[in-house]
Ligand binder design. Sequence first.
Ligand code: FAD
Length: 813
Amino acid sequence: MNIVIFLCGFFLLMLVVARGFALFQTVAIATACFLLAFTVLDGFSLFWGVVVWGLYLSLVLFFLQQNLRLSYVTKPLLNRVKAILPPMSETERDAIEAGSVWWESELFRGAPDWEKLNNYSPVKLSDEEQAFVDGPVNELCAMIDDWDITHKRLDLPEEIWTFLKKNGFFGMIIPKKYGGLEFSAYGHSTVVMKLSGRSTSVGVTVMVPNSLGPAELLLHYGTEEQKDHYLPRLASGAEIPCFALTGPEAGSDAGSIPDTGIVCEGEFNGKQVLGLKLNWEKRYITLGPIATVLGLAFKVYDPDHLLGQEVELGITCALIPTTIPGITIGNRHFPMNSAFQNGPNSGKDVFIPMDYLIGGADNIGKGWRMLVESLSAGRGISLPAVGVAAGKTTARFTGAYARIRKQFNTSIGRFEGVEEPLARIGGLTYIMEAGRLLTLSALDNGVKPSVITAILKHYNTEMMRQVLNDAMDVHGGKGICMGPSNYLARPYQSIPVGITVEGANILTRTMIIFGQGAIRCHPYLVKEMEAATMSDNDAGVLAFDKALTGHITYFVTNLCRAFVYGISGSHLADSPVSGRIGTYYKRLGQMSSAFAVTSDLVLMILGGSFKRKEKLSGRFADALGYMYYASAVLKKFEDDGRPKADIPLVEWSAKYCLYQVQIALDEILRNFPIKSLGILVRIIIFPLGLSLRQPNDSLGHRVSSLLIRPSEARDRLTQGIFISEDINDNTGCLEDAFAKVLLAEPIERRLKASQQVKPDLTSYQQWIDELVANNVLSGVEADILLLAKAATRKVIMVDDFTTEELLNKVEKK
Ligand SMILES: Cc1cc2nc3c(=O)[nH]c(=O)nc-3n(C[C@H](O)[C@H](O)[C@H](O)COP(=O)(O)OP(=O)(O)OC[C@H]3O[C@@H](n4cnc5c(N)ncnc54)[C@H](O)[C@@H]3O)c2cc1C
């Protein structure tokens, strides 16, 4: 009985701490009263009384007696931290300090404030952006023939280049005063999404000048002269830019570029001026082969001390006309059959004046910070939009195809086996879009959330990989046989491009997301690290002590919260809404506190060596990433006005994300740096075991059904992609057949019910004619069936070629 009362009291105390109802002093007094009452009522045996009171008094002493704490805890701990704290390179520090933190820090810290989430303003296109998307973007989409681009020309046709330049596609991020379109991040992302859904080659060509590159760098760091000169020319397409960082030796480890710029005097335009002699070798540079202005990153050295005492001045960025002597623009690479321009370039003893440096000589050595700062916003825009484009197009076209394509006299989309990939396509598309919208809301409000944009880049491109694989499986041979009527093979081929660029995914997941997230989002880690590196020892001890006590309170609160939420099946967690959707908020709250406890412990145990534990870091990235997506899904549902028809998508997506969080935490616990502690943490954060489940079959069925019939939810899910009305277009004919097949199905069902079966030796046309002659079908009904049959045939057929045609020697007849 005593133990039950004690545990109940203890649980109540944990609940108070978990919910943050009281300050430390109040909790301490309440605990003392409870223990006193329990002792007076003979609740403890002598042994347990000593243990519990001992523990309590040591804790109180620890918090209240600063001098004791400083001598016996803070100082020894600080010395240990100093000994194990790894040195941080300047490039690492720049990467960590770039950008800002946002919603992810709420999830990281274990107590997400739902009101904050729901107060983030939803994104909306301005009238001008909407008109651009409905006008020039639509027109361009209709002009695109991706097979012609990727197989015949291996380039965009001249009329598309001209259209892009004339309509300002290359100046979406450039302010109007320089002749640009000055679009919001959402506007920019929406254009890229629509174009990429139509052609990766066109999408990438448009995306690059608008993402990390000369325009972006000039806008933030350029001198007024540089802006006035280049921005109008970039906006009009008079200059084609590229940005060259990567080389054969330095890929992911871009900070190690061997390319050099030596400070020296040289002749420029007939005068002797101070400048730099550059030598470089770059590769994989998008738009490089046709660029007129080359953004270049290199390391500056000043061996003759023309600028000062230091010799190694660091990574620096310049804008260089490609006509300058000494520059070699190489051939083209051929990335996965995509036709966007991409290739190597190099420079030998190229002399440039200081004016060519972005921001001038003052910005020597600031190149790395400039790049990571720009990347911390940019990677949340383009590639995530490409992922969403893949999701929306596969959802729409695969759903339609699964309805049109019949085997065993049934639409393949009705087979349970096909329902599984279809449901994944629907759910993952909803998740990607929710993530895109939430992130763009941050970017359009001036936040540069570097951890979130890394999450979006990684997981949207990974989900893109999944949906395209699923779409391929559902299409069977239709997806595999390439040609003008194949709308899947080229996006499928270009998956690895999205996976590799702007931070290759393995590295982004295992090094960047949690590596930066831990330092940026943890409320005390940076303070502790800063205290450990302070030159004034006494000030360092006091600063460390302050951070340490805050850290302990933070940890204990999360520990209580994780247990209380876990043991109550998340019922004691908060939710801003009631009902079934409310349970997902609560589950997410539970996962967030479990994440906070687990990550805090792992960071405490591993310290700086955590950097090398990429497998653990990758799993923390998964947990943080999917918590972010789960919250984005819930927010999207609210922002959309809680449409009832979307509930299957919301539930599938929320369940999927939460389950991924649970898997990641489970894997972390199974590989915990101290095994026994891992077991203990598991008992605390998952006291009822691993209770979250994948979306079940019936939910999957509801989602896949949404994809194979016209509905508001289907239109909302695929909103923003180009839908062709041309029946000779490879996707236009799909839309056409979808509508015709739906019209024909009730008639087919009636024929089936009245056991009208086409004889084997009779053609379809003959059979229909006979049914009309026998008054089984009306003339109108016969037309509906025949039109559906013809439209279906157009969709299911694939291209064939002679060898000559395949070798591109002759035009296909
Ligand atoms: C089509 C295309 C277009 C591009 N456009 C441009 C451009 O315009 N400008 C430009 O400067 N660059 C561009 N790039 C370069 C691109 O950013 C790099 O390819 C990328 O940074 C990876 O470098 P890498 O290909 O040499 O791979 P590597 O660095 O060799 O990496 C190979 C694999 O190892 C992993 N890896 C490496 N280090 C680690 C680590 N510490 N932990 C875990 N995993 C790790 C990576 O994630 C990757 O999976 C482009 C590349 C391609 C393919």
